[in-house]
Design a protein around this ligand. Sequence first.
Ligand SMILES: Nc1ncnc2c1ncn2[C@@H]1O[C@H](COP(=O)(O)OP(=O)(O)O)[C@@H](O)[C@H]1O
Ligand SMILES: [Mg+2]
Length: 319
Amino acid sequence: MERKNIRLAVVYGGISSEREISLRSGAAIYEALKRGGYTEVSLFDLKRDNLGELLALSPELVFLALHGKGGEDGCIQGMLELAGIPYTGSSVEASATCMNKIHTKEILVHGGIPTPKFITLYRSEVESEQDAACTLLKKIGIPMVLKAPCQGSSIGVRIVKKREELEDAIREVFAYDAVLLAEKFMEGTELTLPILGNRHPRTLPIVEITSENEFYDYEAKYTQGMCRHIIPARIDASIREKVEAMGTRAYIALGCSGLARIDFMLDSRGDPMIIEVNTLPGMTEMSLFPDSARYAGISFEALVDQIVTLAWEKTKEDS
Ligand SMILES: Nc1ncnc2c1ncn2[C@@H]1O[C@H](COP(=O)(O)OP(=O)(O)O)[C@@H](O)[C@H]1O
Ligand SMILES: [Mg+2]
């Protein structure tokens, strides 16, 4: 079958806190697929009650443009597996693992891949915010980063630089989830590494991120001019090689396929550490992944075409 004539549904929107971003990613992907010569593409806004309508379109392949809960966590992937519909990106298992920053870090640690020192706290096990603060001060220390493990777009991320802010931050992060991830604050440069591929992943140019805000928060991520993507990142060749090798190893260890974007921070000595893996990274035309691809000579149209091709090839590899 001619690949460009397959019945493709770009699924976007969804029910997560990142719905707005997904609407932008999906629209950009849809336009790029059409410009790139795909003849039967539809754009499907996934809501709570319209899964049946998606199946009724009987797509031959689904391009996932969802972010966050329901879309990036293995749920929609599982539904598509059961329906026998191939989809772009990672499997149920890899998606679910990467959605949870604690599980991701556990696999990294197990694989000997550097990630900032961390501990987890369970809401049911802490007596009070004060009690939690004591543990965190003892085990991690100031400055530290608190995260709700299953959020994205910097939602539920708090950087704590003063003791007085800690209890508030704990309360805020526990409002998102019953589990809290506390991590050592990394003072160095922020980097991200886009990767494309199935069994033989290929790295794209590393992007250095600088933000106008204290960190790369929601506003900095999605407001034009609030952050800069510097490509290629201003790092030594030895660091670049480390980031590429660590990222590729993490991609394989976590079982990613199609694409992923791996976030890094450099520590005070300039050594790279992985902070998280995004299996459905932002795909608006100004997002990090397409920006890096463009620098490597891959247009946005060529990028979405490659993602479709990888999904198509994976169904053959798996069968
Ligand atoms: N350990 C850390 N040290 C310093 N800054 C961090 C650390 N972890 C996260 N950040 C900052 O917070 C942002 C969001 O954290 P991240 O773990 O990538 O979650 P997400 O992007 O899913 O919200 C990062 O882009 C970075 O700017
Ligand atoms: Mg991130």
